[in-house]
Design a protein around this ligand. Structure first.
Ligand code: PRT
Ligand code: ZN
Length: 225
């Protein structure tokens, strides 16, 4: 089987989505020979190869047609899409299905002791975030001016460090906000992991394999509902 004929799937190498992605593939009957040192892992029973990368790279790999499928958090997907659109680039992909893992929300949070009634209270605030495009879209919809500071990590310490008045970060249990003396004031985006496919048509064989995987994923998700 040549590389060209194998369905290429991108998933997160190391992080919150990796284990559940490999579990999902296993449940779909895809047997993979994992090797931590390698970027690409191969299936031993299906014409599939897995590209293991940072989650931030997955949307672009699908948009650019480098891989056929990607498993990615909608937050990262939509942030990348908005970024490309704002720089005048085309964005092409199909969302095949949402998954029942990776659930989180992107929220605005402020110092726990500050008063807050609504988002207008953040007029002219400095907001630290790793998601400037999703934040910008939300604040535009709300008609609130603000300044964003891009931080790719440790966003939750920005207010106590005096860098920002508020943050816009992912939340699941809320424990991280709590531990940093912050309170969640608005959830601006809800996300789960999802499967996306590149827009250009696949060969009939590859598309048939995608359809088979998708049917299995749907079956697995219904069984766990
Ligand atoms: O190295 P790489 O770039 O691949 O990984 P990463 O560090 O960028 O991402 P990772 O592994 O942290 O998260 C991958 C994806 O998991 C995210 O893009 C989301 O789609 C999803 N996800 C679900 C989360 C969370 N829940 C989550 N809670 N991603 C991050 N968090 C972080 C959040 O940023 C904050 O620091 O967890 C903290 C908050 O958690 P709670 O439970 O304390 O509220
Ligand atoms: Zn990342």
């Amino acid at each position: 089987m040549t590389t060209k004929n194998r369905l290429r799937i991108a998933m997160q190498k190391k992080g919150r989505l990796s284990q559940e992605c490999s579990e999902l593939l296993k449940q779909c009957g895809v047997k993979i020979i994992w090797n931590d040192q390698r970027l690409i892992a191969y299936s031993e029973n299906m014409p599939i190869e897995i590209l293991r990368v940072r989650d931030d790279d997955i949307p672009g790999l699908v948009f650019d047609g480098v891989v056929d499928l990607g498993i990615i958090g909608e937050n990262v997907l939509e942030e990348e899409e908005l970024g490309r659109l704002s720089s005048g680039e085309d964005v092409n992909y199909k969302k095949l299905c949402q998954l029942d893992f990776g659930g989180c929300r992107l929220s605005l949070a402020i110092d726990r002791d500050k008063n807050y009634s609504n988002v207008k209270d953040l007029e002219n605030a400095v907001i630290a975030t790793s998601y400037p495009n999703l934040l910008k879209r939300y604040m535009k919809e709300q008609g609130v001016s603000f300044k964003s500071i891009l931080l790719t990590g440790s966003v939750e310490v920005a207010p106590s460090a005096g860098i920002a008045n508020a943050i816009c970060d992912l939340v699941s249990s809320g424990a991280t906000l709590e531990a940093n003396g912050l309170k969640e004031v608005e959830a601006i985006y809800h996300s789960t992991a999802c499967v996306i496919q590149r827009k250009e048509p696949l060969s009939a064989e590859k598309q048939a394999l995608v359809n088979k995987l998708l049917a299995r994923i749907r079956g697995i998700q219904q069984a766990t509902e």
